[in-house]
Design a binder for this molecule. Structure first.
Ligand SMILES: C[S@@+](CC[C@H](N)C(=O)[O-])C[C@H]1O[C@@H](n2cnc3c(N)ncnc32)[C@H](O)[C@@H]1O
Length: 221
């Protein structure tokens, strides 16, 4: 049985988040961990390898949840898992909190999707999922819990900082890198978004580069 599903293949964002959790979560107490937008399940598999004792994953796509189920059944059969179909936090038990929460949600601020990716991987309006993700962190992070999520700066890093601070969350940018954005993707971004959030873009003719980062978040202690 193959666990590789082409549609759900990891992206550069997945790989970078993987690099961060391999560095930051090694030796960490991880009773329960969560990946919102679990996709292939590969990040949960990595947390399991790093010692997580209970795996939780949520995805709006049934096919993604099936794909995660296959991967975890094959690679981490003895670690309890709850893989739930649904929208963001809604399928989770109300009182459940987590030691580690991950998210690599679609958030490029334009309606573009690669033809060989599921339609749910399009960026939409950029902030919608990220804001809903951040908004629930104070309640869902355990006292010593930590969250890591991917962030494309075209959604507006200052807006993200404002939201985190308004919720009393501590944050740091753990890793930053430059990403190439094709003319198709850049031309799909609404002009007002480019005007508001495009200061970090570098243009060389039609070649455009943007900033991305992984943010680490915890509740102020
Ligand atoms: C970019 S993929 C990331 C998958 C995986 N975590 C990874 O890093 O490779 C984003 C995932 O978020 C899921 N998703 C999109 N909207 C969602 C929502 N409203 N609630 C839960 N999951 C959602 C998509 O189906 C997709 O599997």
């Amino acid at each position: 049985m193959t666990t590789y599903v082409y549609q759900f293949r990891p992206s550069q964002y997945t790989a970078t988040l993987l690099q961060v959790i391999e560095q930051q979560c090694l030796g960490r107490r991880m009773t329960s961990v969560l990946d919102i937008g679990v996709g292939s399940g590969v990040l949960l598999a990595a947390l399991a390898k790093l010692g997580a004792q209970q795996l939780w994953g949520v995805d709006i796509s049934e096919a993604a949840v099936e794909s995660s189920e296959r991967l975890l059944a094959a690679t981490q059969p003895n670690i309890p898992r709850r893989l739930l179909i649904g929208d963001m936090w809604s399928p989770l038990p109300v009182e459940q909190d987590f030691d580690v929460i991950l998210a690599n949600l679609p958030h490029f601020p334009a309606l573009v999707s690669e033809k060989d990716r599921p339609p749910g991987w399009t960026g939409g309006d950029g902030r919608l999922l990220i804001d809903r993700f951040i908004g629930a962190l104070p309640k869902r992070l355990g006292r010593s819990g930590i969250a890591y999520f991917t962030h494309h700066d075209l959604v507006g890093y200052p807006d993200t900082v404002r939201l985190l601070e308004s919720l009393g969350l501590e944050y740091r940018s753990v890793l930053e890198w430059t990403v190439f954005e094709s003319p198709e993707r850049i031309s799909a971004v609404p002009p007002e978004v480019l005007l508001r959030n495009g200061q970090g873009l570098r243009r060389y003719g039609d070649y455009v580069f943007a900033n991305s980062r992984i943010l680490e978040v915890c509740v102020k202690r």
